[in-house]
Structure formats: structure tokens, C-alpha cells
Write a protein that binds this ligand. Structure first.
Ligand SMILES: Cc1ncc(COP(=O)(O)O)c(C=O)c1O
Length: 373
């Protein structure tokens, strides 16, 4: 297991420095060392989000904590919200809106079909929405949504926008200050290549003002942007005990992002995406996401029904490479390759060679593959 190369869409492989950052003696969260390392982590998070103007938060939790924090902090009971859906995580966002009392509307674009800004514009004319929820890359279908265009429609209509960038930040371009979205969040375990367990949230000053002026207070102690905000400036204040090891790992991971250069990292991910797509095309298989909207962080493709399990198992057993299958009803006919984090093109290329060999072994060699969809 030690040597298995993770090509699942999170968590991803950790560098030696990141792993070592978690291996020291327990660091108290109430000491000077933790305070200064935490402040540095928040400032590195700003760098990755390109967030100089807004509020930047980092705290313990998974990506779902970021999803729920954005809903609970912005949505009051009875508010009408809109969720754009083209995969599993859009559905989860809709679910969270319902759980927290929103009149939760959605637009279903279909798994793998990109959200269309024109359709959004029309929908925004039909109803007065308070918040629109957008998934940057839906990891289940590997579709990349046109986030800048979608956010622009929200801004023009005077509606708040939230971007779930869990499967994007660090691997897909995002510039929080220029984008104009109100809340954007990601998690530590994907393109940032940290250990799972930290959530990174950016909030615009407009969003903060909106929360401060809410009639009903935010109905959560923990998933509450306004409660976390002062902790970022003064981590000596206590809200909840942080997962110190996870945050130490995140600081190392963010330092590595900075060292590489954020634009260089986007360019490397572009190469990883292109390399993956070119191999899948050569195998004669079809992508889940529509053309022009395929992510550079994860790629889903269809395999003949019943073959996803054997491909995954054989690849892991014989080549120590782990890929993921589709979610739920797609589990037997979809493979998803996570290609993000510290992954280098030559490592990916070798793993894709192994995958090609497995395809051949299973009678799915190029040209002989009966495409599922
Ligand atoms: C796009 C997206 N949003 C949210 C989540 C939820 O993150 P977590 O599993 O860390 O709670 C994921 C997880 O894969 C995701 O891919």
C-alpha cells in the first residue's frame, strides 16, 4: 500500500516535506509557534486564492464543511436560492440548501454538461434569488464550469454567488479578487496536495456585510464565517481546537505551491489534463464531460459496463496505481483519474502506460473497446 500512486480525485499523494510536517511532537494550539505558523498559513492561502481584498479563512473540516458553511452563513430560512447542477456535488449543495430551510431551486444541466450562462441569466430574471451556488469542477463528472461567466451573470443581477472550488483551486485558474464571487472555498486534499482535514474559504466584503446585516443570526456555531473571521487575525482566540498536524501539513503544501508559482502550477495541470485526455482518446473511449469543458484536475471516462471494477482492481494489484470509479449508478461503467497536486507529467505518463497494459490484458485494447456511451 505504501507505494501505491494515488490517481483518485482526492486525497492525493503527499510530498515528503508535507508528510514530515505531520510527524513531529504534538504542537499545542495555544503556543507562539502555532500562532505564527497559523498566520503564515492564512497568508499563504490568500496567495493561492489571489485574495487581497476579501476575508480569508482556514479551519479544520473537509470540503463539505466549506459547502455547509457557505450555505448556513448566507442563507436564512425561506430564502430562495439557486443551485447549478451537473454532477453529484451540485446535488449535495442543493440538498444542503434544503436542509437549511431555503426555497431551493436548481437548474439541472445534466451530468458532464457545463452550466450555461445564458440559461442562468434567464432563470435570474424569473425569480429573485438571494444566492447562486456554482461548482467549479464537479468531481463526479469532471466537468469544468465557466465560472467567470456564471459569476458575472450573478453580479449583473445583483445576486450573491458561491463557488465550490474543492476540485479546482491550485490546479485550475482562479483569481478571487478579479472573479467577483462572494464565497469561494476549497479543501486541503486535492490540487493543493495537503492532508485531508482543512477547509479554505474566501469571502468578499460584500458577503461579510450581507451576513452582518442578516435579520436572523447564522444558525451554526462552527460553520459560521463571522465567527471564524476574528480568529484569522488573532489565532490566540479560541473557537475550537484545530487539527494542528493537518494545518502544519497544509502550510508546507502551500509553501510548495508558492515555490512552484501558481501560474506554473496551473500550466503543469494543463499538461496533466491534456496528457490524460490524449491517452483516453487513443484508447477510443468517451469522456463524461462535454468537449471544451473538461477539467485539468480530474478526468472521467466511460468504459464498457462491468469493466470499471476489473480495471481498477487489476491496475492496483499489478501496477500499484489507484484510480476511482464513477459514483453510485456509474460505478461499473465510469473510471475517474485524479491528476492533480504534486503529480508530474512523467509519473502520470508511466501510470497511463500501465493502464493501457491493463486495458489490453482485459481485452479492451485500442480499437477493440465497445464504448459504453
Ligand atoms: C467538488 C467537490 N465539492 C465538495 C466535496 C466534498 O469534500 P469532502 O469530501 O472533503 O467533504 C468534494 C469531494 O470530493 C468535491 O469534489
Amino acid at each position: 500500500m505504501d507505494d501505491t500512486l494515488l490517481l483518485i480525485p482526492g486525497p492525493t499523494n503527499l510530498s515528503k516535506r508535507v508528510r514530515e510536517a505531520m510527524a513531529g511532537p504534538q504542537l499545542p494550539h495555544v503556543g507562539a509557534e502555532f500562532y505564527s505558523m497559523f498566520k503564515e498559513t492564512v497568508s499563504l492561502a490568500r496567495h493561492v486564492f489571489r485574495n487581497e481584498k476579501g476575508v480569508q479563512l482556514v479551519y479544520t473540516g473537509s470540503g463539505t464543511t466549506g459547502m455547509e458553511t457557505s450555505v448556513v452563513s448566507l442563507v436564512s430560512h425561506g430564502d430562495r436560492t439557486l443551485t447549478l447542477m451537473n454532477g453529484y456535488f451540485g446535488h449535495r449543495m442543493l440538498l444542503l440548501n434544503g436542509i437549511h430551510g431555503a426555497k431551493a431551486d436548481s437548474i439541472e444541466f445534466g451530468s458532464g454538461r457545463a452550466a450555461d450562462p445564458d440559461t442562468l441569466r434567464k432563470k435570474l430574471r424569473e425569480n429573485r434569488y438571494s444566492v447562486v451556488f456554482i461548482t467549479h469542477v464537479d468531481t463526479s463528472s469532471s466537468v469544468l464550469n465557466p465560472v467567470p461567466e456564471l459569476v458575472e451573470e450573478c453580479s449583473k443581477a445583483g445576486v450573491l454567488s458561491v463557488v465550490d472550488s474543492v476540485c479546482a483551486i491550485g490546479g485550475e485558474p482562479l483569481d478571487f479578487d478579479r472573479l467577483g464571487a462572494d464565497v469561494v472555498f476549497t479543501a486541503s486534499q486535492k490540487a493543493l496536495a495537503g492532508a485531508p482535514g482543512a477547509v479554505l474559504v474566501a469571502a468578499s466584503s460584500r458577503a461579510i456585510e450581507y451576513m452582518e446585516k442578516r435579520k436572523a443570526p447564522i444558525e451554526s456555531y462552527y460553520m459560521n464565517i463571522l465567527r471564524w473571521k476574528p480568529i484569522m487575525d488573532d489565532p490566540k482566540m479560541y473557537l475550537a481546537t484545530p487539527a494542528t498536524q493537518v494545518l502544519l501539513a497544509l502550510r508546507e503544501a502551500l509553501l510548495e505551491v508558492k515555490k512552484e508559482g501558481i501560474e506554473e502550477r496551473w500550466a503543469r495541470h494543463k499538461k496533466l489534463g491534456e496528457l490524460t485526455r490524449s491517452r483516453i482518446e487513443a484508447w477510443g473511449l468517451k469522456f463524461v464531460a462535454e468537449e471544451g469543458h473538461r477539467a485539468d484536475t480530474v478526468t472521467g471516462f466511460w468504459v464498457p459496463d462491468g469493466k470499471a471494477g476489473p480495471i481498477q482492481k487489476t491496475l492496483e494489484a499489478e501496477h500499484h496505481v489507484m484510480v476511482a470509479r464513477g459514483i453510485s449508478t456509474d460505478a461499473d461503467k465510469m473510471i475517474r483519474i485524479g491528476h492533480f497536486g504534486i503529480l508530474q507529467p512523467q509519473t502520470l505518463s508511466g501510470a497511463l502506460d500501465s493502464m493501457g497494459a491493463v486495458m489490453e490484458e482485459l481485452g479492451l485494447a485500442p480499437g477493440r473497446v465497445a464504448v459504453a456511451r
